[in-house]
Design a protein around this ligand. Sequence first.
Ligand SMILES: *Cc1c(COP(=O)(O)O)cnc(C)c1O
Length: 472
Amino acid sequence: MNLTPNVAEVRQVEERKTGKRSTREWQQMDAAHHLHPFSDAASLNAQGCRVITHADGVYLWDSEGNKIFDAMSGLWCVNIGYGRKELAEVAYQQMLELPFYNTFFKTTHPPVVELSALLAEVAPEGFNHVFYTNSGSEGNDTVIRMVRHYWASLGQPSKKTIISRINGYHGSTIGGASLGGMSYMHEQGDLPIPGIVHIEQPYWYANGGDLTPEEYGLKAARELEKKILELGVENVAAFIGEPVQGAGGIIIPPSTYWPEIQRICDQYGILLVADEVICGFGRTGHWFGSQYFGIRPHLMTIAKGLSSGYQPIGGVLVHDQVAKVLAESGDFNHGFTYSGHPVAAAVAAENIRILKRERIIEKMREDVMPYAHKLWHDAFDNHPLVDDVRTLGFFFAVTLVEDKASRKRYANGGELALRCRDICFANNLVMRATGDSMISAPPLTMTRAEADEFVAKAKACVDQLARELGRL
Ligand SMILES: *Cc1c(COP(=O)(O)O)cnc(C)c1O
């Protein structure tokens, strides 16, 4: 069975629609009409965008015919890899059958029902309900409204404040960006909104000082306890965190962190929200990051890997404890036109069926994951330019450092990482620079041979930067 799309066929269809344009033309039209997310328009347009035209497996192709290793799975989402024809077929069939209907007014449709039941099956014990959105940001906006509605329904309307973390990422809507702890996002538009406060992130390498990672993990978690006591528990609704911080730079918390957070949430009776937008659907080698860390959340935000990025869809998985209260508290005045969109739901359901049927997560965890971890550590553990070499599931990261013994970072580390990312681009490897870290999250379907290629390329790029800096 040939599951990969016929690339030549796809290209023909594309050219029939648009005529055959040159890269330069695409770039000029893009510069003239398209505002990019998280980009400096002037410098982007001066340089010209890279134009990605098609993809298959772990590879992208650009309009110049370059074959590029996508070690970021798009934006942490194409967990299943590119080019799965089944997903295209499911979308096509669903569009013919029922391209849209809403789920607002006493109505449902088969794809959203099937997806909801599948999610209850793969989610941890007690998660039997889901509220749909189009994105992770909207999922987290939903979390804000849902936890406040929950407490109000229980007669505790003062429990409104949500505690999150500096350098956490929870999306880019006003709510999502407020929950997030990115100061450069807060600066634009007077964020965070009231009722959201931030505590320290569990980033031992940066903040741990002389403490062991385990000691520091407890200290960072106890910031939550301090904050709850400072605000008054009668005012605190929830704590939200990513099991592993993704956009913040693949920050893996010390082993003591999540158990202590769990203890504190339990002791004070506040809701625990796991933002599983990146960690969910296999990234950690388990269906959910909460399972990897043994976290027992009340809500889990999902998006990205839910559909492997083939359709925009997100949502909030709701634990029975919360669902029970919501079920008895009248209207929840919240929702989106496209909540549970039939095409997106059908594609997400098929994505989950493929993950299950092909045991993609289990196979990755048992085989390529440990293999690739070893490759990564062999490549970087003794590298002169990098430290804090980290792997977890299909997360891979290193930090560029000036001196390993003293954990001394470069003052211009961010600049150097961007330089390294450009070297990666020039060598047809997509990795991301976050602060002074080089990070990556390849598709879960990466083979051993592809892992060899990925790590060899990543090392060659870091080597090149090290040579340019006279460190190699
Ligand atoms: C990407 C991301 C979001 C936001 O999702 P969007 O679909 O971009 O709105 C939220 N939380 C986490 C952890 C993310 O990585």
